[in-house]
Design a protein around this ligand. Structure first.
Ligand code: FES
Ligand SMILES: [Fe+2]
Length: 338
């Protein structure tokens, strides 16, 4: 068993789980989600005990899950409650589907594959639904591993190439970056970062207010990019990665911002802009994974400019192997050219 099974992953939006069952896949395990008699979200193994039909293709009847093949019914605990072809349920061994810890938080349904989760609650989304803040959500599927996604979301230099003119344009200017290890991951803070010549900065920060930019990795599967400005504007992009398989990742992103005036109006521009930028990441990660597959190995040369990459790798390896994570409180400094 991988230690990564002990963490919480988003299975779907809470609003998307209504009358019908939903299929979900986490770390290769196929699950069915539905709402039981009390409206509680539950996650069970998506395989009927009778002949193995996918229960996610069945129905929910009075809070019980009905198999599409012969109509066997299961309750929210995964217990077999009825076999329609028999007047009475006979005593059966093992008449119970595997059930997984499942909670609703921040408008999502989260599942842990281990009956004993490593943490009581999932990592929360920053600034969601806070007074004065506006948020919007995005869902993106990447043909890439969770590690590759996190690296990308927390990687400053790629923005200059992949998001040229949209987010960054190469200036070659020196930027100082400080990397700190934390008790839940690691973060990088950037100083004297160029902001000219791109659509994002034209929209978000046309004035020359001071900016504090930090990229943070929260183990094992969350990235948080934060831009705080001296004029009270503030943007936070939090992404939670769900490993569908080793090479497929569902990313749930919440973009939250505080924009003293016209907050809802900014959202009008910000939504399509964010989609455009994330699509550029989808394209480059898809192409990279396909290329690594075609060459039968992953290229993995890590340099000091890959600020958070060693920390992402070390943390994820430690949690997977259930060994001690890297120590907190270390600080290093790197000079980048952006
Ligand atoms: S396979 Fe599910 S009821 Fe027969
Ligand atoms: Fe990107």
């Amino acid at each position: 068993m991988s230690g990564l099974e002990k963490y919480w992953y988003i299975a779907c939006r809470a609003d998307d789980l209504r009358q019908r069952p939903r299929a979900s896949r986490i770390l290769g395990r196929r699950l069915v989600l539905f709402r039981d008699t009390g409206g509680r979200a539950v996650a069970l193994e998506d395989r009927c005990l009778h002949r193995g039909a996918p229960l996610s293709q069945g129905r929910v009847c009075a809070g019980e899950l009905e198999c599409p093949y012969h109509g066997w019914r299961y309750d929210g605990d995964g217990a077999l409650r009825a076999i329609p072809a028999l007047a009475e349920l006979p005593p059966l061994d093992r008449a119970h589907l595997a059930r997984f810890p499942c909670v609703e938080q921040d408008g999502y349904v989260w599942v842990c594959l281990d009956p004993d989760p490593a943490r009581v609650a999932p990592t929360p989304f920053a600034n969601l639904d806070q007074p004065g803040w506006t948020s919007f959500r995005m869902y993106t599927r990447f043909e890439a591993s969770v590690t590759a996604c996190l690296e990308n979301f927390l990687d400053c230099p790629h923005a200059t190439w992949v998001h040229r003119h949209w987010f960054r344009t190469p200036t070659g200017k020196p930027v100082r970056a400080v990397v700190r290890t934390r008790d839940d991951g690691a973060e990088a803070e950037y100083f004297e970062e160029p902001r000219e010549k791109s659509a994002v900065w034209w929209l978000l920060s046309p004035s020359r207010s001071e900016m504090k930019h930090t990229d943070r990795f929260i183990a094992p599967n969350t990235s948080k990019v934060d831009y705080a400005f001296s004029n009270r504007r503030h943007y936070t992009i939090t992404s939670s990665c769900t490993p569908v398989t080793d090479t497929l990742t569902d990313v749930y992103t919440v973009i939250s911002f505080r924009f003293p005036v016209f907050g809802p109006l900014v959202r009008l521009f910000f939504t399509p802009l964010s989609r455009r930028i994330i699509q550029q990441d989808v394209d480059i990660l898809d192409a990279t994974q396909a290329n690594n597959g075609a060459h039968d190995r992953q290229a993995m040369l890590v340099t000091p400019a890959d600020l958070l990459v060693p920390h992402i790798l070390a943390w994820r390896r430690a949690l997977e192997d259930i060994t001690a994570p890297p120590p907190a409180g270390r600080e290093t400094e790197v000079e980048l050219r952006l």
